[in-house]
Design a binder for this molecule. Structure first.
Ligand code: B12
Length: 210
């Protein structure tokens, strides 16, 4: 796998090229997880860095995000497969006001791949909608994602609503997203934090063992 090729394809917003690179890597026997962790995520990190440094702007980031989704779409069925005896049930979503969903999608995909039943509510999800989904699906775990410092407080809002409605003690809440930290999770009273999809799966497994 040539990292530079992925990076260029992302920066050019070339979804077709990303699809071809992913297909070629699969044909060459590279595992979906390696493609995600060693090619797609690093390429997206470069995009994030360049955006931060004002070297590229929002339209380019949007195209890069679309390229990432194209790559993930090919890999998703290979990661998940049919599962009958679920390890546990998870409701996941990105909090209200936040439209970033790539990282959350990855966590959902990896959880499914590890044998969890996942109900993905998407992005920009209100606290009330989370509550409704918890009542409907009765999961073991709720996963909250936030990529903006301005939407992080929405996680606390969800937790407060679960507290006042008596649902909080019935589930484990794990949180994540680039600006989120373990310290923040402790501060708002979440049960756990994970910095990436792999650790999120480990954490979810731990919750379901206890
Ligand atoms: C792609 C992107 C976008 C895309 C999103 C497309 C999409 N469908 O998601 C678009 C172009 C739409 C976008 C828009 C904006 N963005 Co933006 N975006 C990014 C970028 C470059 C990459 C994010 C990403 O996908 N990373 C790749 C994934 C794989 O990583 P991840 O999301 O961190 O997820 C991993 C972990 O965090 C963790 N995780 C994630 N969720 C969860 C959940 C749980 C439960 C757990 C356990 C773990 C977990 O596991 C994931 C997988 O390993 C980041 C830069 C960055 N460094 O993060 C900026 C960034 C997040 N955006 C930023 C900004 C400012 C914006 C805008 C406000 C820009 C604007 N002026 O309009 C808007 C906001 C729109 C909105 N209301 O949501 C800032 C946020 C700054 C801040 N401190 O809040 C960043 C940091 C860029 C920057 N340096 O300035 N953005």
């Amino acid at each position: 796998m040539d990292d530079l090729e992925y990076r260029e394809a992302f920066l050019n917003g070339n979804s077709k090229k990303v699809e071809d690179l992913v297909k070629n890597a699969l044909e060459a026997g590279v595992s979906p997880r390696i493609i995600i962790n060693q090619a797609l995520i690093p390429a997206m990190e470069i995009v994030g860095q360049k955006f931060k440094d004002d070297e590229i702007f929002l339209p380019e980031v949007m195209l890069a995000a679309r390229a990432m989704q194209s790559g993930l779409k090919i890999l998703k069925p290979l990661l998940t497969g049919e599962q009958k005896n679920y390890v546990g049930r998870v409701v996941i979503g990105t909090v209200h006001g936040d439209h970033h969903d790539i990282g959350k999608n990855l966590v959902a995909m990896m959880l499914e791949g590890a044998g969890f039943e996942v109900f993905d509510l998407g992005a920009n999800v209100s606290a009330e909608r989370f509550l409704q989904a918890l009542q409907q699906h009765q999961p073991d775990i709720l996963g909250l994602s936030s990529l903006l410092t301005t939407t992080m407080p929405k996680m606390k809002e969800v937790l407060s609503l679960l507290e006042t409605t008596g649902v909080r003690s019935k589930i484990k809440v794990m949180i994540g997203g680039a600006p989120v930290t373990q310290e923040y999770a402790d501060r708002i009273g979440a049960d756990g934090y994970a910095s990436n999809a792999g650790s999120a799966v480990e954490l979810a497994k731990k919750f379901c063992r206890n």
